[in-house]
Design a protein around this ligand. Structure first.
Ligand code: NAD
Length: 242
C-alpha cells in the first residue's frame, strides 16, 4: 500500500473508532526540535565521547556524576520546546473521546503540554526531580540553574531526575496500566519509536486487535506484524485529511 493510501486508511480507522491507544517514542518530539537517539539526526549520529545509552545508565550516573549532569543539561533538557502537530492531534482525539491513553517513552512532558491528560510516562519525566535524601521535588529549571550536580535547597542532598536510567526498573503501576490500555483498545497506533528499548518494545505484543498501525520514518523490526505501515513523519500521518 502506498503511503498516501495508508494515511487515508488511518484517518478512516480513527474516524470509526472510539478506543484508540497511542504508544510513542522520541520520534514524536523531533518535530519539536528534540533529537531522538537513533533517527538520522539522533544523538547516536552526533559527536560525543560515549553512546547516549551509556551515559543515561545507572552505572554511569553513579560513577560519573559531573559528566552525567553535563550531558543531561545539554542534550536532554529543552526548556523552549513546544508540542508539535502530533502531540496536539493526540490531545484533540482524547478530548473528543476517541483516544483512551498515550503511553510514551519520552521524558519531555510535551503530551501534557499539548493537553493530553491520560499519559503513561513509562520512562519518567525531566519535569520532576527529587532530592535523594529528603525527597523534595524540583522542576527542570532548578537543574538548569546548576553547573555541576544539583543539590537540594532544603537539605543539601543530591537531586536526581525522575527519569528511568538504563539498568533501573520501570514503575510497575505504570506498566500495568499501559498493558491494560493496550489489551483493551481497538486501534493501537505506535509511532516515532525504533522499538529497540526493552521492555517497552514488548508492549506491542499485548495488543489483541487487527488494527496495529506503525508510523516511523525508518523501518523497525516490527514492520512485518503491522496491519498498517507508514514510513513518514508522525505529525503528517496523524493530521492527514484534517
Ligand atoms: P529512538 O531514537 O530509538 O527511535 C526514534 C525513531 O523515531 C527512529 O526510528 C526515527 O526514524 C523515528 N523518527 C524520528 N523522527 C520522526 C518523525 N518526525 N516521524 C516519525 N518517525 C520519526 O527512540 P525510542 O524508540 O523512543 O527510544 C529511545 C529512548 O530514549 C527512549 O527510552 C526515550 O525515553 C529516550 N529519549 C527520549 C527523548 C524525549 O523525551 N523526547 C528524546 C531522546 C531519547
Amino acid at each position: 500500500m502506498d503511503t498516501e493510501l495508508a494515511m487515508k486508511t488511518l484517518r478512516h480507522w480513527i474516524n470509526e473508532s472510539e478506543n484508540i491507544v497511542f504508544f510513542g517514542g522520541a520520534g514524536v518530539s523531533t518535530e519539536s526540535g528534540i533529537p531522538d537517539f537513533r533517527g538520522t539526526d539522533g544523538l547516536y549520529n552526533q559527536e560525543y565521547k560515549y553512546p547516549p545509552e551509556t551515559i543515561v545508565s545507572r552505572n554511569f550516573y553513579v560513577n560519573n556524576l559531573h559528566e552525567f549532569y553535563s550531558f543531561y543539561r545539554n542534550k536532554m533538557l529543552f526548556p523552549d520546546a513546544k508540542p508539535n502537530a502530533a502531540h496536539l492531534e493526540l490531545a484533540r482525539l482524547e478530548k473528543i473521546g476517541k483516544l483512551k491513553a498515550v503511553i510514551t517513552q519520552n521524558i519531555d512532558g510535551l503530551h501534557q503540554m499539548a493537553g493530553s491528560e491520560n499519559v503513561y510516562e513509562i520512562h519518567g519525566s525531566v519535569h520532576r526531580n527529587y532530592c535523594l535524601r529528603c525527597h523534595t521535588c524540583f522542576d527542570a529549571s532548578y537543574i538548569l540553574s546548576f553547573d555541576g550536580p544539583p543539590s537540594c535547597s532544603e537539605c543539601g542532598g543530591l537531586v536526581k531526575p525522575d527519569v528511568v536510567l538504563y539498568g533501573e526498573s520501570l514503575d510497575q503501576d505504570t506498566i500495568n496500566a499501559s498493558i491494560e490500555a493496550i489489551e483493551k483498545c481497538d486501534i493501537l497506533i505506535v509511532g516515532g519509536t525504533s522499538l529497540t528499548v526493552y521492555p517497552a518494545n514488548g508492549f506491542i505484543n499485548y495488543y489483541k486487535g487487527d488494527k496495529l498501525v506503525l508510523i516511523n520514518k525508518t523501518p523497525t523490526e516490527y514492520d512485518d506484524i503491522a496491519d498498517l505501515l507508514i514510513h513518514d513523519s508522525i505529525g503528517k500521518a496523524l493530521t492527514y485529511g484534517l
